[in-house]
Design a protein around this ligand. Structure first.
Ligand code: AHR
Length: 515
């Protein structure tokens, strides 16, 4: 352990008695509210990986687990309540080995395939294009299709777009009709490859730029369907990728993606999802907050080529990445989800809301049973909603609301890897009906905070909402105890004239509506 780490650890270890009476202030700048937080910031991602699709979203019509036309009923209902705005599929790395024609037509005739990216699992292709797009319709969410550039042909991609969206008597529309679907689906978001610098083909940005130009040319807009074409973007700190794509592709793309995981590193152990100490917790907060700097730097490059902000930035993979749960299949990325993950979600949203002039979508990885999931399921038909699920639910009031900029004054704590973590994080918005919502996270693991919020410009006499907290930061929900961590009504908020005062318990997340 180096000196700095010891100092940080000591600071954290001894902070409790010193900071017990923490106070923080928030100023809402209501008059500066102008940018709408696109609902797609609350997007999800479903890859053919582990039990995300098979066992998670899809069990098939003949399963003993209750289902609606093959979709797991409990998962479907939980997602419906979450108001999922957009769902990305079929990958991830899987997308660049997926051949969509293997996943259409009578199920018994569909060939099996090996999922080479994720544990070599054999899949029967029973969940394909029709099943995915029908699910999106049932959830009332936008589909986001990731096309295969790495191992697929231009023709294959072009025909996929035609199959999904052509309304005419075209060959692929006829094939769709033979498969029982007359009307085309509405497909807006289309990704031309995924991680093309890595699992999507190990390309250079220059080579991929040309591939993008070629493949995207043949992704046509059929019969009133307009595709929002997304180029495969950088990971983390790879600013060169963004620079080259902006220079070589520019407005031929509607969006450029970015991936950022809260992960210890790509080699060796990523750390346990459930067994960690306070030092690890604060490190996680620091790493997750670093996405702000990463977004700013990618945006600055995009601004220099595209000051009018025609090309959107889409963070289509983000979230925590821990070691797989002991006893689960290697390569299936099944991980538990604690209060620490809940904070990664709330702090990330607080940051995303600030950059929605350029950042137009974010898709957490992933929706069920993979990485920082909303939902965990088992084969016996049990389901668990994770602390992250509850943050998404508490925050969905911000979908399509106008962001209210705010300033925070609070305690900041130095943490491992030369980062600093403020003990309070917050975001606010005004929805279409004029209702103001504010979400606050008391990041401090030990101390309550008294928070004073200046409400000048907001008419309110009371604030009502919910709080998510737990006895320990390592608490999580299990199949045996599914309700260990869940939100309850929050009663500790008072409005007096233009000031809202609340007491936030240690390690708590609150969303309030001002009334
Ligand atoms: O989300 C898991 C994987 O992470 C995705 O397949 C890939 O795009 C990324 O590396």
């Amino acid at each position: 352990m180096n000196k700095k780490i010891i100092v940080c650890s000591l600071l954290l270890a001894f902070s409790a008695p010193l900071l017990a009476q923490e106070t923080s202030t928030v100023n809402l700048n209501v008059n500066e509210a102008k940018t709408v937080i696109p609902k797609e910031i609350y997007g999800q991602f479903a890859e053919h990986l582990g039990t995300c699709i098979y066992g998670g979203l899809w069990v098939g019509e003949n399963s003993s687990i209750p289902n609606i036309n093959g979709y797991r009923s409990d998962v479907f209902n939980a997602l419906k309540e979450l108001k999922v705005p957009v769902l990305r599929w079929p990958g991830g790395c899987f997308a660049d080995e997926y051949h969509w024609m293997d996943g259409i037509g009578p199920k018994e005739k569909r060939p099996k395939m090996v999922n080479n990216n994720w544990g070599g699992t054999v899949e029967d292709n029973s969940f394909g294009t029709n099943e995915f797009l029908n699910l999106c319709e049932m959830l009332n969410c936008e589909p986001y299709i990731s096309g295969n550039v790495g191992s697929g042909t231009v023709e294959e991609m072009a025909k996929w777009v035609e199959y999904m969206t052509s309304a005419s008597d075209s060959p692929m529309a006829r094939l769709r009709r033979e498969n029982g679907r007359d009307k085309p689906w509405k497909v807006k978001f289309f990704g031309v490859g995924n991680e093309s610098w890595g699992c999507g083909g190990n390309m250079t940005p220059e080579f991929y730029s040309d591939m993008y130009r070629r493949y995207s040319t043949y992704c046509r807009n059929y019969d009133g369907n307009w595709l929002f074409k997304i180029a495969s973007g950088a990971t983390d700190y790879d600013y060169d990728w963004t620079r080259v794509l902006m220079k070589n592709v520019g407005p031929r793309m509607n969006g450029l993606s970015l991936h950022y995981y809260t992960v210890l590193g790509w080699e060796g152990s990523k750390g346990s999802a459930t067994q960690f100490d306070k030092d690890d917790y604060y490190w996680t907060m620091g790493k997750c907050r670093e996405i702000e700097d990463v977004i700013k730097r990618h945006c600055a490059i995009m601004d220099s080529y595209d000051p009018q902000k025609r090309v959107a930035l889409l963070l289509d993979e983000w979230g925590t990445w821990w070691d797989e749960e002991p006893g689960t299949v290697r390569g299936h990325l099944f991980q538990q989800n604690t209060m620490r993950d809940a904070f990664v979600a709330s702090l990330s949203f607080d940051i995303f809301h600030k950059y929605t002039d350029r950042l137009k979508m974010a898709n957490i990885a992933q929706v069920v049973n993979v990485l920082q999931s909303m939902i965990l399921t088992n084969n016996e038909g049990a389901m668990v909603l994770t602390p992250t699920y509850y943050v998404f639910k508490m925050y969905n009031v911000h979908q399509d609301a106008t962001y209210i900029p705010l300033n925070i004054t609070c305690k900041e704590v130095p943490v491992r890897d030369n980062r600093t973590v403020p003990m309070l994080s917050a975001t606010a918005s005004k929805d279409k009906d004029g209702k103001v919502h504010i979400s606050l996270s008391n990041v401090d693991a030990d101390n309550e905070q008294t928070v004073t919020i200046n409400l000048t410009g907001v008419k309110a006499t009371k604030a009502v909402g919910e709080i998510l907290t737990a006895k320990d930061m390592t608490d999580y929900n299990t199949f045996e105890h599914p309700d260990a961590v869940k939100p309850v009504p929050f009663k500790d908020a008072k409005v007096n004239k233009d000031v809202l005062t609340l007491k936030l318990p240690a390690k708590s997340i609150v969303t309030l509506e001002l009334q």
